[in-house]
Write a protein that binds this ligand. Sequence first.
Ligand code: FRU
Length: 377
Amino acid sequence: MIEAMKYTKWITVLFCLLGLAACRQDAPRFRIGVAQCSDDSWRHKMNDEILREAMFYDGVSVEIRSAADDNRKQAEDVHYFIDKGVDLLIISANEAAPMTPIVEEAYQKGIPVILVDRKILSDKYTAYIGADNYEIGRAVGNYIASSLKGKGNVVELTGLGGSTPAMERHQGFMAAISNYPDIKLIDKADAAWEREPAEVEMDSMLRRNPKIDAVYAHNDRIAPGAYQAAKKVGREKEMVFVGIDALPGKGNGLEMVLDSVLDATFIYPTNGDKVMQLAMNILEKNYADPQFGVKDLTERLNISYTVIYKKFVSLTGLPPVRFIQLYRLQIAKKILESSTNNIIVSEIAYRVGFNDPKYFTRCFVKQYTQTPSSFFK
Ligand code: FRU
């Protein structure tokens, strides 16, 4: 999938030149758009991690938009990022089916797309990063089966039915309890990842089911909603409550376990720092392809070599090959300036698309009359 995105960065650079768009020195090197599906403490933690990690990279701007669990709003957010011309899109798809065509559209326009935690129903994206929801569901199933000693009635309150973690957490759970013939899933309802619908749904489940031994809640906002409903009718001590997320901090999962509201919660990592690192790897790889040449640009853009050549010379005073080399050297200089000497120069040479570190150093010295290592901060 990365293949299709290979030259995106160069094409952006070229458009920048041809259209004389803002290519000033202080303009960000990379603009990243983050389309979050929801606005809650789990998302806030991930967003904070993304923003903090972004500070370790030079010239990166990150804009985060939240759809507040609304597919239509998320589609608008993605279109906003497409129109803005972001260099990379990070998205957690609120629901898989409705978001699939919109994510495909961004991808097909040449924007690298990272799916985070919630997937779409297509392989038109660049990378996925997230924990294994099927495995978490299985772990919860085994845990509940063992705490009920292999016998009992379970009800399940799921996340939003059209979101992939809800589907996978259910499938993993079913696979685990299929090994315990006396563990029965007697009821199931969609609680849309939130506390209020969980309380309403649990209230009806309690009316329908005189004997409930365990509640499997797909996250730690659903779990206290279910607990509250059971408490209202004085039945909370009859059953165990299990959630997912295990966030630290006031009112979150870990505290609820310590307060004996939940029996257990399972870790679902936010990993915003890893998301950002992946984004930067993809963006920097776009530049780094040593195979890249002007021929690729002419093919991708369907513009003749002569036209490209003339445009480059008239706008930059340089032939395209020389311009590409200069651009790579500039990126290398920026990386050097923002790094301490714990990375080696040859690694930077490869990162910006030089095959031969010695040749890189020669070109660098010629351009800046100083060695690359003298630019380390
Ligand atoms: C946060 C959240 C988490 C849940 C995850 C699933 O928005 O609802 O509580 O684990 O999304 O995608």
